[in-house]
Every structure is written in structure tokens, then in C-alpha cells.
Design a protein around this ligand. Structure first.
Ligand SMILES: Nc1ncnc2c1ncn2[C@@H]1O[C@H](COP(=O)(O)OP(=O)(O)OP(=O)(O)O)[C@@H](O)[C@H]1O
Ligand SMILES: [Mg+2]
Length: 325
């Protein structure tokens, strides 16, 4: 209970520093099972004595204050617990979302990889037969456009499947020494049918004797994606220029078309998978191309001007990778 102190001798040592006027009263603030604090009062200013009524009032006040303090502490503890609970709940929700996403992605990946695997062979066979027919002298001329369409479609499907399977599983490059001239001639021959059909001129300017290192089938895939974009963007009679030269220890490949240019809203999302402006496109072409170029420690830059055309620059280190010399 409250203690009234009238004489200095009665003052416990601990209070000597805080109590400088007597008489004073000390009232404890009791919690449920521990001391919350104390109230010290005196009448230093009006010099009145401390009466029994003063003490009773104080006691009542202390009881009320203790109650309020204890409840506040409890409330704060509860609030803290609630915050922790809310945080845990949010984390759980976030985690749950991530798991769902992963599951969905894994499922999509699995389905896609089954598809690409199952489709690859029949499409290659189809394309092979169409190619045979296309080049055969016995083919009745009326059938030529039809066979051409089959061939073109098969090639388009092959590219889509390659893009998809490269997107699903990262390819392991097999680095070989390549001759730029040979490689680009070969690429241009692969596009023969598409360029002829649209009356597009594909011009090659390759510096003599340039050699570089890379995975031929991955780079074929990457460069075809770039060239197909140009061909798809160009109107009849358009021009694609391919230039290859040395540039600061890099081999620079420049692909330039005089097409409509890349729409500005597309420019920001060029390398993001599934962004496309085409009805028949997955929007994987440049995403995969960039991945392949990066696998070769190279870099890609795209410049485009509305109504003027698009230039894609690919830099590959001349000594790409340390394998095979
Ligand atoms: N040479 C270009 N001229 C004009 N637009 C281009 C050119 N290259 C790319 N684009 C634009 O960039 C977009 C993305 O190209 P990307 O190759 O990644 O996907 P896609 O061609 O739409 O589909 P996919 O290559 O998967 O068949 C295209 O939809 C097109 O709008
Ligand atoms: Mg494309």
C-alpha cells in the first residue's frame, strides 16, 4: 500500500535522489503479478500536509492507473502478435501464389516439351518430302504453289518448335570454328523460297576470310529468327542487307531491312517472351535469339526507325569460348 514519509530518516536510500521535499507519499502501481511503477507525491508548492483522504484518493488513482497501464501493455503485446500473424499470413499467401505459379509453369513446360518432341519428327519428315517434291522435275507446274506453301509452312513450324524447345530447356552450345562467308551463304539459301515468293532481295556483304567460333545450329536458329522478322515485315520488293566485318576483336553481323520499323510499344518488350504484333507468331523469336547470343558471350543491339527500317547488330567475340581452339 501507500507509504507516507514525514522524516528524512524514514526515507529509503533509493528515493533519496528523487524525493527532495517532505512529507511525501509513495504509492505503488501494481500489476497482476508484478510492480508496474510508483507514484511519488508531495505538497512542495502549497506546503499543505498530506492527509488520509489524499492517500485514499491516491490509492484509488494508482489502482486505476495500474489497470490502464497493464491493459495498454497487454494490448501492445496483442497488437504485436497480430502484426506477426498478419505478416506470416501474407508470407504464406505469397508462398502459395509462387507454388501455384511454379506448378503451372512446370505443367506448361512438361506439356510443351512433350508437344515439341512429338511434333518435331513428323514436321521434319513433312518438310523433307515437300522439299523433294519442290525440287523434282516431275512435279506438275500447277502443284508448285501448293507444294511451296506446304514447304514454307513446315519450315515455319520447325522454327516455332525450335524456339519453344529452346525456351523450355537451355541449349548447350557446341562450339566450332566457322567461316562467315560460308555460313551466311548457307543461311541465305535456307531463305530462298521465302525471299523469292515475296520478291525480296537478300544482299550479303561479307569481308573475306572472317572466321569465328560458335554453335552452328544455334547461330543458324538465332540469325534465321532475325532474318525472318525482316522478311515478315517487308513488303514485296523489300531489301535485306547482311553485312559481316571485324570490329574491335568482335565479329559484327549487321542485318538491315528497309521495312516499316518496329512499333514503339513493341521496342520496349522486344526480348520479352510472348510479346508479338503478329497474328501468327509466338513472340519467342528475339527472346531466344538474345539467349543464344548471350550463350556465345556476344551482344545484340536493335535500332529501328518508323517507316525507314530496322537494323539488328550482333557482336560475337572472335574467339568465342575456349573450346576447340
Ligand atoms: N525487322 C523488323 N521489322 C519490323 N518489326 C519487327 C522486326 N523485327 C521484330 N519486329 C517486331 O518485334 C516483334 C517481336 O519479334 P519476335 O521475333 O520476338 O516475335 P515474332 O516475330 O512476333 O514471333 P516469332 O518470332 O515467335 O514467330 C514482332 O512481333 C514485330 O512486331
Ligand atoms: Mg520473329
Amino acid at each position: 500500500g501507500p507509504v507516507k514519509i514525514e522524516k528524512p530518516e524514514e526515507l529509503p536510500d533509493v528515493f533519496k535522489r528523487v524525493i527532495d521535499y517532505l512529507p511525501a507519499a509513495i504509492v505503488p502501481l501494481r500489476g497482476e503479478n508484478h510492480l508496474l511503477g510508483i507514484i511519488i507525491v508531495d505538497n512542495k508548492f502549497n506546503k499543505d500536509p498530506i492527509t488520509e483522504i489524499d492517500i485514499r484518493t491516491l490509492e484509488l488513482y494508482a489502482a486505476l492507473a495500474s489497470n490502464v497501464i497493464e491493459r495498454t501493455i497487454l494490448f501492445q503485446k496483442l497488437q504485436k502478435k497480430q502484426d506477426e500473424l498478419e505478416k506470416a499470413y501474407r508470407e504464406l499467401q505469397e508462398y502459395h501464389k509462387r507454388v501455384l505459379k511454379l506448378e503451372k509453369f512446370a505443367a506448361v513446360g512438361e506439356i510443351a516439351s512433350t508437344f515439341t518432341h512429338e511434333l518435331r519428327t513428323p514436321i521434319t519428315i513433312m518438310g523433307g518430302y515437300a522439299e523433294l517434291l519442290y525440287r523434282s522435275k516431275d512435279l506438275p507446274p500447277v502443284l508448285l504453289p501448293k507444294v511451296e506453301t506446304i514447304l514454307r509452312t513446315a519450315k515455319r513450324m520447325e522454327t516455332i518448335i525450335k524456339n519453344l524447345s529452346d525456351y523450355i530447356k537451355s541449349p548447350e552450345p557446341e562450339i566450332k570454328k566457322l567461316k562467315a562467308k560460308e555460313f551466311l551463304d548457307y543461311l541465305s539459301s535456307l531463305l530462298d523460297i521465302e525471299t523469292k515468293r515475296k520478291n525480296i532481295e537478300l544482299k550479303l556483304y561479307v569481308e573475306d576470310d572472317i572466321e569465328f567460333h560458335g554453335d552452328p545450329s544455334l547461330l543458324e536458329h538465332a540469325f534465321l529468327n532475325i532474318l525472318r522478322n525482316s522478311i515478315e515485315a517487308l513488303k514485296d520488293g523489300g531489301v535485306v542487307q547482311v553485312e559481316c566485318r571485324l570490329d574491335n576483336g568482335n565479329v559484327l553481323f549487321m542485318f538491315k531491312d528497309n521495312g516499316p520499323g518496329i512499333p514503339p510499344e513493341m521496342l520496349k518488350n522486344l526480348y520479352i517472351p510472348f510479346h508479338t504484333t503478329k497474328r501468327q507468331g509466338l513472340g519467342l523469336g528475339l527472346a531466344i535469339t538474345k539467349k543464344i547470343i548471350l550463350l556465345h558471350n556476344g551482344r545484340i543491339e536493335i535500332e529501328s526507325q518508323q517507316g525507314k527500317g530496322t537494323t539488328v547488330k550482333v557482336y560475337l567475340p572472335q574467339r568465342g569460348g575456349d573450346k576447340n581452339g
